[in-house]
Write a protein that binds this ligand. Sequence first.
Ligand SMILES: [Fe+2]
Ligand SMILES: [Fe+2]
Length: 136
Amino acid sequence: MAFVDWDEQLSLGDPMIDREHQTFVALINKVHEVSLSPDRDAEIMRALTAMYLYAKEHFFDEEALMERVGYADRLRHAELHRAFVTKTHALTDACLDGSLEFTELMAFLVDWLKQHIQEEDARIVRHAQDQEAAKN
Ligand SMILES: [Fe+2]
Ligand SMILES: [Fe+2]
């Protein structure tokens, strides 16, 4: 069973963004899945690194979209992305040196992703869609 399920509440109606968010969810699930493997630490490290690199790629695409559609709040939004990258990095280190519970790391990743998509990313997509509608 997946740790976090993709559901319609996470779907924003922008095909590229939705596809990337689905991949993000799949990578978080992968981190959880490997935590049950015998070679746990190395596997977690590998899966977390993949998730982390993908997050950076996704943020890059989303920041380009904000730029393209002239989203006014883009600097604050980009700052939220930076903070996620920094915090994830720190939590990953803590998890690997044993000073953090793996479950706490997972809870952080899932809560952040859901909240960020539904509250923050949703605003960008709404802005892009309004702009598109105004053109027609
Ligand atoms: Fe975002
Ligand atoms: Fe996003």
